[in-house]
Ligand binder design. Structure first.
Ligand code: MRU
Length: 356
């Protein structure tokens, strides 16, 4: 790479603050006009915050859950980690049910369980260290992915992103938004477009705010403007994150990603998916096997609490969709770039899929 990236210059927002006896989460329901942290003192509060989208984005959900496991052990007396684990099984299971699609949640909980079950008398210190490690490793992975992904983008390019995959969705820097930060820093990206991401407006409320905080100019579009934008030639790459990547390379991400990917293929726009290895789920064979979260139709029937749709109307609100591997040009993880992912290429990097 020609110039090293000044990571700190383009990365100021932090959604998660671990304070030793509580977890403070930047309340993303209130952004962009109110910057307020919600304090969680127990694992139930963390589970509620994940479910209610106080904290969101696959890696941030995993990190919050890891600290939630630490909080679940408060008040537990045990001689060993295995003893502590026996006392908090139900609390951990409840955390794991807070959202269904982002595999980082289950991954982080499994990692915390493993650390606890192998720990001796110092188990409290061991699991706190493990949660801190999960957070630190995520930031390092994002920076690495930023470098790798940005080098795929030729100078002078325009990019479109969807949802929020930035510092707000991770330990910092972001996945897809990390590639965009790096691409801007390296003068490879000239134009950044962000889809508003109906219905919860992660793009409109979070992404363009976060980029503005870091001095990166971005233009907001309606999600339905994506294909038109691609047709005009303003966009060269669609750069998105992931909530779960299957053994065959299919990718679950925010609803609307699939339609952008179809439009991209039609218009010769390249598709890049950026996600850490913690989002790869080799135990899920393909996208059909993913549990797609459905949230309340109220998210569609009202805007900012004000009803916009006639009374008595029903709404259907799936919040993720699956982009088939065949539509993906590059999958970027901290382990490297996989061009045109498929089962064999995934297995070469992440090991064979476990037998059912
Ligand atoms: O419902 P959300 O806001 O949690 O959905 C977030 C996304 O779909 C992101 O694209 C994904 O989690 C990757 S975040 C780095």
């Amino acid at each position: 790479m020609d110039t090293p990236i000044d990571f700190d210059r383009y990365d100021h927002v932090r959604p998660i603050r671990w304070l030793g006896d509580r977890l403070d989460l930047l309340d993303q329901r209130k952004l962009p006009f109110t910057v307020d942290y919600l304090s969680c003192a127990d694992s139930e509060a963390v589970g509620r915050a994940i479910h209610d989208l106080v904290v969101r984005g696959a890696p941030a959900i995993g990190i919050a859950a890891a600290y939630g496991v630490v909080l679940a052990t408060r008040g537990v007396q045990a001689e060993s980690g295995a003893g502590a684990l026996a006392g908090i099984g139900q609390r951990i299971d409840a955390l794991g049910r807070s959202r269904p699609t982002a595999v980082n949640l289950m991954w982080a909980i499994a990692r915390m369980r493993a650390a606890l079950s192998g720990a001796g008398a110092d188990w409290r210190a061991v699991i706190e260290r493990e949660a801190v490690a999960i957070e630190r490793e995520d930031l390092a992975a994002n920076r690495r992915m930023g470098e790798l992904g940005a080098m795929l983008i030729p100078p002078g390019s325009g990019v479109l992103t969807h949802c929020n995959t930035g510092s707000l969705a991770t330990a910092g820097f972001g996945t897809a938004l990390g590639v965009i930060r790096a691409g801007v820093a390296l003068h490879r990206i000239d134009r950044v477009f962000a889809g508003e991401t109906r219905p919860w407006l992660q793009g409109a409320r979070l992404t363009v705010w976060e980029l503005r905080e870091d001095g990166i100019p971005a233009t907001l579009i309606a999600d339905s403007a994506g294909a038109h934008l691609m047709k005009t030639g303003a966009v060269d790459w669609l750069v998105v994150g992931a909530d779960r990547i299957c053994a065959n390379g299919d990718v679950a991400n925010k609803i609307g990603t699939y339609q952008h990917a179809i439009a991209a293929r039609h218009h010769g726009v390249k598709v890049m998916v950026v996600a850490p290895a913690s989002t790869v789920d080799m135990a899920t064979p393909n996208g059909d096997a993913i549990h797609i979260e459905e949230r309340s139709g109220d998210e569609l029937l009202a805007m900012a609490g004000v009803r916009t749709v006639a009374e008595g109307v029903q709404a259907f609100n799936p919040v993720f969709d699956v982009t088939p591997a065949a539509l993906i040009d590059a999958l970027v993880t901290e382990r490297g770039v996989i061009g045109h992912p498929d089962g064999a290429r995934m297995a070469a990097v992440f090991g064979p899929a476990p037998r059912a």
